[in-house]
Design a protein around this ligand. Structure first.
Ligand SMILES: [Ca+2]
Ligand SMILES: [Ca+2]
Length: 74
């Protein structure tokens, strides 16, 4: 009997505070906007801005940042 492998794909959501200055604000949105539309390997690619880690900077990443907008991190 083969062991069954449960593959658990966790949604690893990165911090939306892209520039790590302790607050999610317009600067983080700007960083994501600068990389908007890029995919991994692209010249404008910013791995920190790929919040949902799907390999491209899309509206989903912007939306995640927008959701946390104004959030401060101690
Ligand atoms: Ca920030
Ligand atoms: Ca993404």
């Amino acid at each position: 009997m083969q062991a069954s492998h449960l593959v658990f794909i966790a949604m690893t959501i990165k911090p939306t505070d892209i520039n790590s200055d302790g607050i999610v604000d317009i600067k983080d949105v700007a960083l994501a906007a600068a990389a908007f539309g890029s995919a991994s390997g692209h010249i404008r690619w910013n791995t920190d801005a790929d919040i949902n880690e799907d390999g491209r900077i899309s509206l989903k990443d912007i939306a995640l940042i927008a959701t946390d907008f104004g959030t401060t991190f101690p």
